[in-house]
Design a protein around this ligand. Structure first.
Ligand SMILES: NC(=O)c1ccc[n+]([C@@H]2O[C@H](COP(=O)([O-])OP(=O)(O)OC[C@H]3O[C@@H](n4cnc5c(N)ncnc54)[C@H](OP(=O)(O)O)[C@@H]3O)[C@@H](O)[C@H]2O)c1
Length: 177
């Protein structure tokens, strides 16, 4: 086994596999009755580096929160169109395999891939994700931005744990290598 740090997907999904509606609403998610912060701060302590797609970054920036939520972490936003870093994030347009392997070989805590679905797809296809923690909402939304995309790939997983936070179920998987 390598002692590389891990790339972990921690994401909330509807039971039918969507991470947002087509118009990027998460109202269906926020109205679910959870428990505490549904394991968020516990997970957040395990990472020091964060990866996300440009549309997820835009979604965060459009929320009415004053501070960037991941200010104390090293945060990378993948984009082929934006490259102006700011005090909170660095924009990346590099080969994701090389970039991720370099990150994994550094010392530190684990790396969180926040999403969204498009960025995640490249990482899943390249088998770069080591663990998946899915927080499943008891909701079917029928259509939206899907967590996993249709394509030719297979990832075999091993179940590490199940918890529930009131109405949410957390599924924790490790990717078999
Ligand atoms: N339920 C949850 O927990 C959760 C978590 C995360 C996100 N979300 C939601 O997901 C939605 C966004 O997801 P999304 O799938 O539409 O978009 P996304 O994956 O967040 O971002 C897609 C963008 O990332 C860039 N990108 C993707 N792959 C790349 C690569 N290999 N190299 C360089 N850049 C790359 C491109 O940016 P450019 O167009 O700039 O080139 C692309 O348009 C938002 O509504 C967000 O709220 C939900």
């Amino acid at each position: 086994m390598s002692n590389q740090r891990k790339l972990v997907l921690f994401i909330a999904t509807s039971l039918d596999g969507y991470i947002a509606t087509k118009n990027e609403s998460l109202d269906w998610l926020f109205k679910v009755e959870g428990e505490g912060d549904n394991g968020y701060s516990e997970f957040y302590e395990t990472v020091d580096t964060i990866l996300m797609g440009r549309r997820t970054y835009d979604w965060i920036m459009n929320q009415e929160t004053e501070d960037f939520p991941y200010r104390n972490k090293e945060c990378y936003v993948f984009s082929r169109s934006v490259n102006e870093d700011n005090k909170d994030v660095k924009f990346v347009n590099e080969n994701i395999v090389d970039f991720t392997n370099q990150l994994k070989n550094k010392d530190g805590k684990n790396i969180w891939i926040v999403g969204g679905g498009e960025l995640l797809h490249s990482f899943v296809k390249e088998k770069l994700v080591d663990e998946l923690i899915l927080t499943v909402a008891p909701t079917l939304i029928g259509t939206g931005i899907s967590l996993f995309k249709e394509d030719n790939y297979q990832l075999d997983l091993s179940l590490k744990g199940i918890r529930h936070f009131n109405q949410f179920v957390e599924l924790h998987y490790e990717v078999k290598k």
